[in-house]
Each structure stands twice: as C-alpha cells, then as structure tokens.
Design a protein around this ligand. Structure first.
Ligand code: PLP
Length: 392
C-alpha cells in the first residue's frame, strides 16, 4: 500500500515550480523574449573558470578513483580542506571530524533536522521562509512553527521567537542572506537572538540548536554576514555551493557541526546516522573534489548587483513598494492587492512571472528572482508599468 502522506506530498503543488513550468510553456508559445520570468532562483552567471578547470583536472585523474565511493561524511581530504577554510575565514577551531559533505543545502537541512530532533518536537522558522523547511521538519516528525520576521525591516523578531519557544523546541532555522526577502541579519539581531537562546536553554534545561542555512553567504552587496558559530555555540551550519559557485544542479554542500558545541561528537554521530537513514551513501565524489580546490574562489556577484540596481530603480520609478535587498538575488515587492496569489495571476496577463508570498508562509507580497539576464529586466519595464496601471 502506498504511503498516503508521501503521496499527498508528491501531489502537493509547488507554486515556484508551477510558475517556472508555465514560463517554459509560454516562452515556447510567444518567444522567450516576451516572457519576464522572475520565478526561480537558478544562478544566471556561469561557474567561475577555476571550477571548470577543476572538473577537467579531476576527470583527467585516475579513471577508477575519480568515480569511487567515499566514506559517508565525505573524502577525508575534502573535509580537511573545508575545516581549514572555516578556520582561516572565520577563526573558529573547525576540525574535519565535524564536517559532513552533502548534496547541497537541501540534504544538509533534511539530515540536520532529523539528527537534532525527535518526533513531536518543534522547529521554528522565521516567515517568510524557504518552503521546503516545512517538508524537512515534517520528515523528522516535527512541526514547523512559523514566527513572522519584524514587519519594518524583516530582521528576526527575537521577542516573538522567545514567545514561541516551548519545551518541545529543538531548533530554530535562520537564513541570511535571506530567500525570499534579500535581508541580511545584522550582528546586533544575531547577538540578541543568541542571548535569548542561551537564556532559554538555561531555563528549559536542554539544547536549542540554531541551524544556519547559508547558500547565499557570499551573494552580498557590502553588508557584513556574521558567522553564526562565533555568536552562538549550539550552531549547525548548512552550506551550499549552488549559488556561490553557480552549481545548483551538481548538488554539493556540507554540514558543519560547530566544534564549540559541548557535545559536538554526539551531534555529529547523529548527523551520520540521519544521513545513513535518509539514504545518503556519500555526496557526488567528483563535486566533492572540485569544490575542495575552489573554497577560496570568490562568487561573481557583479551581474546580480547590477540587476539589483536596475530593478530597484525601476520599482522606484513606477512606485512599487519593496524591501531593499542587501544580499541573495531576490526582491520582495508588495502586491498591489491583499491577495498575492490573485496578484501573481494578474501579473501573468502582462507576461510577468512573480511568486506569491503565500508560498513562503506570508501574505501580501511577491518574490522576484533577479538572477536573470539584464535585458529581460530592462524589457520588463513596460509590463510592470501596465500591471501598476491596471490597479489605478
Ligand atoms: N535554502 C535556501 C534558503 C534556498 O534558497 C535554497 C535553494 O534555493 C536551498 C536552501 C537549497 O539549496 P541547495 O541547492 O543547496 O539544495
């Protein structure tokens, strides 16, 4: 008999994917230049040349070794390189024994949730949030508790998070630079969050983990991105190379169980168990070795930064309200009617594909992914103007 829960999950519509699929269909009908597809977060800049060089160097190596299994947490040299990178970049005494290489941030978070919680626990997410958090929390038998970000600046609302913590809270997941809003959490916000969590751990007598989901760490336009393990000891970092090195389909990332966690060894063993239970034999070996040699390669953010300037100037000119993004490649724009789903549908009449905020656990906004060509952004000006006029 099939599993009804999994069946329901498989049948559940994913608005982002639906819009993306609609866009492909529409582009085939009326030409790609006539569709303004702001739906999906696929990086639009190529992977840096050093990454491509690494692919060919690795493929030129021993023809058996290049395709071998690695130990489940990853190739020892790769884990060593990642730990060294964390130590050099952030001054945390990272050791390879606490690095688990994964297929991107998705599997990193899925594994982490399963490792640090028990069925019936609660995991807090700050809304709006990446939609799959709910799937992964449920997969660990947990309930995802949504706590809205502060309405004025989309920073974490520490008092509201504190009020949402119960004896069942196992973790809080944060994502900065943020998808979908583009906010970067300030040092002040993170310190306040850390202080509150330390007090709550004391009061409840158990650990509350901070899971730092960091696929956009390097996609930032001048703002500081504090390293969470240096602010709060019970932190687990879920990192991905999907966006920083433009490798989303290659599936590579890692979990870093902070060495500062008092029982880091046990947490890491639980991570290994969760990875095993979820069927991760090891992360793709070719990619493990590619990224190990590209850890210091800077992300190419110039194109995203230019797109951000063009798009925000366009929104200013046309009178749309939005949140100024300091990182990632998303713009959070106020829908022109309270129902963001209806607004997104209306936008389609002008060939604009905008993701309604309901997909991210929030009402009244749309997300624009500006990791697209500059020409598409420039060409969408009149469509945004017409959409605005339709509401006046
Ligand atoms: N977390 C956030 C906030 C994301 O935006 C994404 C992808 O868009 C992921 C996690 C998953 O990324 P990955 O490709 O590394 O699995």
């Amino acid at each position: 008999m099939i599993n009804q829960h999994m069946h329901d999950l498989g049948a559940e519509p994913n608005k982002i994917r639906e819009l993306f699929a609609y866009g492909l269909e529409r582009k085939a009908q009326i030409g790609p230049e006539n569709v303004y597809d702001y739906s999906i977060g696929n990086p639009s800049v190529p992977a840096p040349p050093q990454v491509l060089q690494q692919f060919s160097d690795q493929l030129a190596g021993d023809p058996v070794v290049v395709h071998e299994y690695t130990p489940s947490p990853g190739d020892a040299k790769v884990r060593q390189a990642i730990a060294g990178h964390i130590k050099d970049a952030f001054g945390i005494p990272a050791t390879m024994g606490n690095i688990y290489v994964t297929s991107g941030a998705s599997s990193a978070i899925d594994i982490t949730f399963a490792a640090i919680s028990n069925p019936g626990d609660e995991i807090i997410a700050i809304s709006p949030y990446f939609p799959e958090y709910k799937t992964w929390a449920n997969n660990a038998g947990c309930e995802l508790i949504e706590v809205p970000a502060r309405a004025d600046d989309f920073q974490p609302d520490v008092a509201a998070i504190e009020a949402a913590i119960t004896p069942k809270t196992s973790a809080i997941i944060i994502n900065s630079p943020n998808n979908p809003v583009g906010t970067v959490y300030t040092r002040q916000s993170l310190e306040a969050l850390a202080d509150m969590l330390r007090a709550k751990e004391e009061e409840l007598g158990h650990q509350i983990f901070l899971v730092a989901d960091e696929p956009y760490r390097e996609i930032v336009y001048g703002a500081e991105v504090p390293y969470v393990p240096s602010l709060y000891q019970d932190t687990i970092v879920c990192y991905s190379f999907s966006k920083s090195l433009s490798l989303p389909g290659e599936r590579i990332g890692y979990i870093y169980v902070s060495d500062l966690i008092p029982n880091a060894g046990d947490v890491f063993t639980a991570v290994c168990g969760a990875g095993r239970a979820l069927g991760y034999i090891c992360a793709p070996v070719l990619l493990q070795r590619v990224i190990a040699n590209c850890l210091d390669v800077p992300a190419d953010v110039a194109a995203y930064e230019e797109n951000r300037e063009i798009l925000t100037a366009m929104m200013d000119e046309l009178g749309y309200e939005y949140v100024q993004p300091d990182g990632a490649f998303y713009l959070w724009v106020r829908a022109l009617e309270p129902d963001a789903v209806a607004f997104s549908e209306r936008a389609k009449d002008f060939e604009l594909l905008l993701v309604p905020s309901d997909s991210f656990g929030a009402k009244g906004w749309v997300r624009l992914s500006y990791c697209i060509s500059k020409d598409t952004i420039l060409a969408s000006h009149d469509a945004f103007a017409a959409l605005k006029a339709a509401y006046e």
